[in-house]
Write a protein that binds this ligand. Structure first.
Ligand SMILES: [Zn+2]
Length: 295
């Protein structure tokens, strides 16, 4: 049975309303947003049981969700540790680069659009540059897609994000508080996008927002399919740069990755970029791509 389309709007907007309510009660923005995200994830967990997208494994019945949480916690710690380092290391360009005189709402919209574009570039680079793929492969090496995959990222992604997103934005002198807004926006859209909930959404929505139909295609095991739909919040970058796969024209075959895959245990996954690097260096002698399976 499909979930009613209005419930998709509800799981997107309810966290915004709850965050605003908690902030009005005196909560700092980040704890308020994370509390609202926890409520959203709990609701998605129930919806995955009630309206499963595919006969598969909802995250509340997946022991791998604990491993996802461990990856997410390490990524959060590393991101928070790197923020002051980047802030101290990157000089802010002269006054006037960031439009501080704009209203907070306009600055927020500019920040979201700019970081979403940078996020698109970072994500695409991690797919197409073989040296970065082993770090990102942890996010794709799954046999079932559900809400908790949203935070399954190798801790090394924090370094790549610091270099390609945090540093350029700091260079422009954007207010640090806007980074919190962007993280919360990514959560609001990203958890439903990964969730295994059977929503039947109107076609126009897939070009306005990264919907579950759009993002599930990004987790297809076939490289020709998963090397598309890189957008985090907005599909407009994929449409503009020719990497958009229309959900009405393709459907997901199998989730995961083809070719070399990370080991199943947490320690092996954390070490995987290093082991893959060693393998890639040895493959250079044979001029084969590190993403090709071994002979
Ligand atoms: Zn990806």
């Amino acid at each position: 049975m499909s979930a009613p389309a209005w419930s998709y709007g509800a799981v997107l907007l309810a966290p915004v309303a709850l965050t605003a309510l908690l902030v009005s009660e005196g909560w700092p923005l980040m704890p308020a947003g994370l509390a609202a995200t926890a409520v959203q994830v709990a609701a998605l967990g129930w919806m995955e049981l009630r309206f499963p997208r595919t006969p598969g494994r909802p995250f509340l019945r997946d022991r791998g969700a604990l491993q996802d949480a461990a990856h997410g916690a390490l990524l959060l710690l590393a991101t928070k540790a790197l923020e002051p380092v980047v802030g101290a290391a990157v000089p802010v360009l002269g006054p006037g680069i960031w439009p501080s005189a704009w209203s907070p709402f306009a600055q927020g919209l500019l920040y979201l659009a700019l970081v979403d574009l940078l996020e698109y570039g970072r994500h695409r680079l991690m797919h197409t540059w073989a040296w970065l793929w082993p770090i990102h492969a942890i996010h794709h090496d799954i046999d079932a897609l559900h809400a908790s995959r949203k935070h399954r990222f190798h801790v090394g992604e924090a370094l790549v994000r610091a270099a390609l997103i945090t540093a350029p934005v700091a260079l422009l002198g954007a207010p640090v508080a806007l980074a919190t807004v962007q993280v919360l926006a990514l959560n609001m859209v990203g958890y439903p996008a990964h969730a295994s909930v059977d929503w039947r959404l109107p076609g126009w929505l897939h070009r306005a927002l990264v919907t579950p139909d759009v993002h599930h295609l990004h987790h297809d095991s076939r490289r020709a399919v998963h090397d598309s739909n890189y957008g985090a919040l907005l599909p407009v970058w994929d449409v503009l740069f020719g990497t958009f796969t229309e959900p009405s024209r393709r459907s997901v075959g199998r989730y995961g990755v083809e070719g070399p895959a990370p080991p199943p245990d947490l320690a092996g996954q954390l070490l995987y970029p290093l082991t893959a690097l060693r393998r890639a260096v040895s493959m250079l002698a044979t001029s084969r791509s590190p993403r090709e399976p071994p002979p």
